[in-house]
Design a protein around this ligand. Structure first.
Ligand code: 5AD
Ligand code: SF4
Length: 443
């Protein structure tokens, strides 16, 4: 979501005479877009600010000003504390106020200093942001090719679930769903710019419930069906989902709508019911398994991805083993796994029985070995198959393109750059842990 937000901020400033640069030494304005989900990400902000302070000092020596802005969830959570710890920062702006960036920067140009904007504003951000402009090659954060084959599109923000470890409900606020018409308009603009595949984003994307063109409330399944029908988009994905919102209509979309890719990111966090309850996940291990079973009946080839936390307070060896056994039972094509990180202000941070760092590290290593072996064997299972690949950028080797399979795997292929931005069948010849190699299939 931060990638998407960065693009929108960049676009909001394009109209104000700013242009994106990839060289920080050239930047009159630096925006550090930050993540607060785990301590490591949040602390990185301060080391990055140290580097930026150096850039600012160097530029000052040659008579150039540099404005420094901290955006994102660290901005939201820490507010004025950031300016106190890092006086180099001119502006702190939370994720709900990006549409106000031009005005805030104007205030700074007029002499204001150390502005902090972290209120959740009355007006709605999306209706006040300028329309998508997405210039070819303008943003280093989008697929870095001459064409923009894939894009993110935020359809929902915030979360009402309050998992006990998670800062999202505090930093991003309550659930909000954009109207179907807005999403459709944005998607059509992206398609005009060459986008063939879109990933609909939301912290709780499958809880989406936006107003449809007919005034009715649309679910995510309704939205996917609508976008598949009224636009020329070729591939639809969505992330991140919660088990309890994986309703039958949505599951059925994976069977009936060919534009919805056979891939799903569905976090389960822990395989032990006692930990799931302490996490306030509001589902059990069996609920997750039942959901997966339904999905696999609807879409037998579905590739699954997940998020897992090890070392939640009080997690015993046996409970960790239940996480391992759930992974063995489900089998994932991809995954993201983390050591529990106590976040200030969340209920779990105050629990007794915090798990020692060495225990968390050991558990994570063991879990990741298993997950990586599953990923590798999923990749190897693709050898000999022909998969439709959307080419999104030039490869590192000359004459090579990189694309995505329906299962989100990276595929390297010797192919002409003319194929960028389009889908072609590729025969998979070999596979590693992180990517596939193949050749264009004969027609
Ligand atoms: N500690 C570790 N991992 C966390 N996540 C969210 N909060 C924490 C935390 N406090 C993980 C969850 C979530 C993903 C985005 O980040 O697995 O699904
Ligand atoms: Fe955080 Fe996801 Fe739980 Fe919401 S559902 S509180 S975003 S982990």
């Amino acid at each position: 979501m931060n990638v998407y937000d960065s693009e929108r901020m960049s676009e909001a400033l394009n109209g104000e005479g700013y242009r994106e640069t990839t060289n920080i030494d050239d930047a009159d304005l630096v925006i550090l877009n930050t993540c607060h989900i785990r301590e490591k990400a949040a602390e990185k902000v301060y080391s990055d600010l140290g580097r930026i302070r150096q850039v600012k000092a160097d530029r000052k020596r040659v008579g150039k000003e540099t404005l420094v802005t901290v955006a994102g969830c660290v901005a939201q959570a820490e507010g004025a504390e950031i300016v106190r710890r890092a006086p180099v920062v001119d502006l702190v702006v939370g994720p709900q106020s990006y549409h106000r960036l031009p005005k805030l920067l104007g205030e700074i140009a007029n002499g204001a200093r150390n502005l902090v904007e972290t209120e959740f504003p009355e007006e709605e951000k999306f209706t006040h942001l300028p329309e998508r402009t997405l210039q070819e090659g303008a943003s280093s954060t989008v697929a870095s090719g001459p064409k923009l084959a894939t894009a993110f599109l935020t359809i929902q923000e915030g979360c009402d679930k309050f998992c006990s470890f998670c800062v999202v409900p505090y930093t991003r606020g309550g659930e909000y769903s954009r109207a179907v018409k807005d999403i459709e308009t944005e998607l059509k603009r992206l398609i005009d710019r060459g986008v063939r595949e879109v990933t609909l984003l939301g912290q709780n994307v499958n809880a989406y419930h936006g107003t449809g063109p007919d005034g009715e409330t649309y679910s995510l399944a309704d939205l996917l069906g609508h976008l598949a029908n009224v636009t020329d988009i070729e591939r639809l994905r969505y992330m991140t989902s919660h088990t309890n919102d994986m309703n039958d209509d949505l599951i059925t979309m994976h069977r009936d709508e060919p534009k919805v890719m056979p891939y799903l990111h569905l976090p389960f966090q822990s395989g032990a019911d006692r930990i799931l309850a302490a996490m306030n996940r509001k589902h059990t291990r069996q609920d997750y398994l039942t959901c997966i079973e339904k999905l696999r009946v609807a879409c037998p080839g579905l590739a699954l991805s997940t998020d897992i936390i090890v070392g939640f307070p009080g997690e015993s060896d046996d409970e960790f083993e239940q996480t391992i056994s759930l992974v063995e039972e489900v089998v994932f094509a991809q995954s993201y796994s983390f050591k529990y990180s106590a976040r200030p202000g969340t209920p779990a941070a105050g629990l007794p029985d915090q798990v020692p760092e060495e225990v968390k590290s050991k558990r994570l290593t063991r879990l990741q070995e298993l997950l990586f072996a599953q990923q590798r064997s999923f990749n190897e299972s693709c050898i000999g198959k022909t998969l439709p690949v959307l080419f999104e950028r030039n490869g590192r080797k000359a004459g090579q393109l990189v694309g995505r399979s329906p299962y989100l795997q990276l595929v390297n292929v010797d192919a002409s750059p003319e194929l960028l931005g389009s889908i072609h069948n590729v025969e998979i010849g070999d596979a590693g842990g992180n990517s596939l190699n193949g050749v264009i299939a004969s027609p």
